[in-house]
Design a protein around this ligand. Sequence first.
Ligand code: HPA
Ligand code: ZN
Length: 354
Amino acid sequence: MSSSAATSVSPPLSSTMQAFIAAMPKTELHLHIEGTLEPELLFALAQRNQVALPYSSVEALRAAYAFSDLQSFLDLYYAGANVLRTEQDFFDMTAAYIERARADNVRHAEIFFDPQTHTERGIDIGIVFAGIARALRAAREQHGFSSAMIMSFLRHLSEEEAFATLEAALPLRSHYADLWHGIGLDSAERGNPPEKFERVFARCKELGFHLVAHAGEEGPPAYILGALDVLKVERIDHGVRSEEDPQLMQRLIQQQMPLTVCPLSNLKLCVVDEMAQHNLARLLRAGLAVTVNSDDPAYFGGYMNDNYLAVAGALALTRDELLQLARNGINASFLPADDKTRLSNELEQFAATQ
Ligand code: HPA
Ligand code: ZN
């Protein structure tokens, strides 16, 4: 990501600004549920399922969370997911995430899950769906926390394997019609361009799913173009490298194509060297429909509010800009129009009382 900013120290965020961020109603549109597995729960599940871990303690595991790029993270992330074996494990992980999200005043979350990470280990895809969905439904019933599930294909695997995953999942669709609304594409971006998944995304479009894809995190702007023109996505996950292509920037502005930006993720995976160099504020001020999200919070050091706090401080965002980011999140969600209106009203009421 290009930036002329040298090392800079951002002033501490005022306590009123911190309170503003904490209380603002928010949406989460880029969250990998396997990336919410905190070391404590990971250890507990390892013990419950008698899975040996190559770490002696929670602290030792947490200390290993020092990444140099996306792949160095993915290696640990997939290894961590190995403790997930039963429906109850997926439930517990999802319930723990919801608790954290609710504490941050997240009202609605659209959650990625990677069935292939689990089916490759012999876990039935039905177990994955059932555990996640049970927690999401309980949160909706008990707390009015709304959500959607986005089944993601691993792009380091073949399109044929993505098709096989889709085939395995489709018989479950009617059981999860209230939640399963989207299809995504994640994992190692470089060397796995969107074009590799053209046919399976076309099939998913025919089936009526919402489509999103990771693009322009580590991959070039051409991957963002591919996601738009070949995969026909409705949102770009990350997309921060769009700034390298002025024509693409104009198109993203004109189409108001949402980007689900994940600031702490970008910092931890060395997409940026420092938060002060992050282009979120430039993209926002240029008129792009950027949103703030937490990606894999257990690995990247923070949930939704931590992400907002980090960018608000480092990029000197104003209250109006923070509100605009939250508005963008509501608009970019897959919520039905009525729900969007209700959530927008809540946000504008919050803004009016500040
Ligand atoms: N990028 C790509 N794949 C991922 C990510 C990410 O940030 N997190 C989990 N899978
Ligand atoms: Zn992601």
